[in-house]
Write a protein that binds this ligand. Structure first.
Ligand SMILES: [Zn+2]
Length: 464
């Protein structure tokens, strides 16, 4: 027994201050053999009738409640709160009796507010699931989820501040569902659900919002919900090479420039090299490639950037591809990829100075010229067609230097959140959890480091 009921008042005051529940005085603290603390306390806050406001009269009875409370100094606590049921001093009041209460434990609540706030903050700030927070706090999932929802709705502003650079990206919500058609025996898609997300690329706001579905109308719907002033403030929109987003942006943000993410442009070119390599190998050997084929041995070298290839590796590529007509087709596509990258290299992040439009278009023209000179390679023509369709957006990306990298990294967080939850059944819950995860970095306070212990040494005065 640590503190007894008959201890002097100062000991009870110290224990109450440590316990930290306003309006409550700790009267007794016991430690169980297993290390659990049992804290007995009584309400000392003056009580008034909730119906008429008259101060309480006589004590009707005493009740002991056991609200669940947060750990104290790392120890589990059994909280025993003694409340008085009082009689209303006004004899005419229809409410004859009432029970006193404190803000930490409102009437009819069996969990202290601070435990709920702690559990809600664990989900919102530390990114653990409500199920995990509920296990840790020893309360139910709905209680934690309710606390998290309250905490999240306070910090998530539905009307974001204006952004200059807007990013748009999508991710799948769960997995697609299929069923077998009874007549044809073929698979028919039942549901394939997506979320389109909007990101602040230049500022600190992270994810701005999400919308269910991934049609042009869905994307335009979210943009239509913003104020005209917000829409006018958007200067550049970064998207993947996706016509759905392009048409939505053209419709709702006619003044904004559109930039495609250059990563996806290079990715498309690298994929084309792979497509030609696979087709050429099939034509040369009459089968799919295997590890002993020389073309197979350089497949990863072909995916690398030219500047990251050593002279020996370069020699190996030329030697392998020069040996046959099929190999030369691969080499031509590989050169086309590098010609395309040559145009993209004019961006300020590489050169250190803002590029002009003319040289970018000139280099892209050199790329088209190369593709046209080798029109016998169908994949190369497809690539050139795609690039020319998106030429204006590519040039904007090179000139402005706006990329969708922030959106892609936050999109990864959004997908991770769904995996932590083993998928969401409720889309509104998913949007809230994802948005909290994708704005967490902007809310995080600066890291606190433990201050070094300073040893105080009693200095002796040495005369002389
Ligand atoms: Zn009353």
């Amino acid at each position: 027994m640590l503190i007894k009921n008959d201890e002097p008042a100062c000991a009870q005051d110290m224990a109450s201050a440590l316990f930290g529940v306003d309006g409550v005085t700790v009267t007794e603290v016991e430690r169980e053999p297993g290390g659990r603390l049992t804290v007995w306390a009584r309400v000392t806050r003056p009580a008034a009738c909730p119906r008429c406001g008259t101060a309480a009269g006589r004590v009707h009875e005493y009740v002991v409640t056991r609200p669940r409370d947060a750990r104290a100094c790392g120890q589990d606590v059994d909280f025993r709160l003694v409340k008085r049921r009082m009689e209303c001093a006004d004899a005419a009041c229809p409410r004859a009796t009432f029970t006193e209460w404190v803000p930490q434990v409102p009437p009819r609540c069996t969990i202290t507010r601070r435990l709920l706030e702690h559990a809600g903050a664990e989900v919102a700030d530390r990114g653990i699931t409500p199920a995990e927070a509920a296990r840790d706090a020893g309360i139910s999932w709905p209680s934690v989820h309710g606390a998290f929802t309250q905490a999240a709705d306070q910090v998530l502003d539905d009307s974001p501040a204006p952004v200059a650079h807007l990013g748009i990206d999508e991710h799948r919500r769960g997995r697609p569902r299929w069923r077998t058609d009874d007549l044809t025996g073929e698979y028919v898609r039942l549901a394939d659900r997506w979320h389109v997300c909007f990101y602040d690329l230049g500022g600190q706001q992270g994810m701005l919002g999400q919308v269910e579905g991934r049609t042009s109308d869905d994307t335009a719907y979210w943009l239509a919900g913003a104020t005209p002033a917000w829409r006018d403030a958007v200067q550049v929109v970064a998207i993947d090479m996706c016509t759905i987003f392009l048409s939505a942006v053209r419709r709702m943000l006619p003044r904004a420039q559109v930039a495609v993410d250059l990563f996806h442009v290079v990715q498309l070119a690298v994929k084309t090299v792979g497509d030609v390599r696979r087709r050429a190998i099939r034509e040369k050997y009459g089968r799919r490639g295997k590890a002993s084929d020389p073309e197979y041995g350089i497949k990863h070298l072909l995916e690398r950037n030219l500047e990251n290839i050593s002279p020996d590796q370069f020699g190996k590529i030329i030697e392998t591809l020069d040996a046959s007509a099929e190999g030369q087709q691969i080499a031509i596509t590989w050169i086309a990829k590098e010609k395309l990258r040559h145009a993209l290299k004019l961006r300020a992040r590489v050169t250190g100075s803002t590029p002009c439009e003319r040289p970018v278009r000139d280099r892209l023209f050199t790329f088209y010229d190369w593709c046209a000179a080798h029109e016998d390679i169908p994949e190369l023509l497809t690539l050139a067609n795609t690039i020319s369709r998106w030429e204006n957006e590519i040039v904007t990306a090179v000139i402005t230097g706006v990329t969708n990298a922030t959106a892609e990294s936050l999109n990864r967080l959004a997908k991770l959140e769904a995996r932590h939850a083993y998928g969401f059944r409720n889309p509104a819950n998913q949007r809230r959890r994802v948005r909290i995860a994708c704005t967490r970095g902007t809310r995080r306070p600066p890291a606190r480091t433990a201050s070094a212990t300073r040893r105080v040494i009693k200095r002796k005065h040495h005369p002389g």
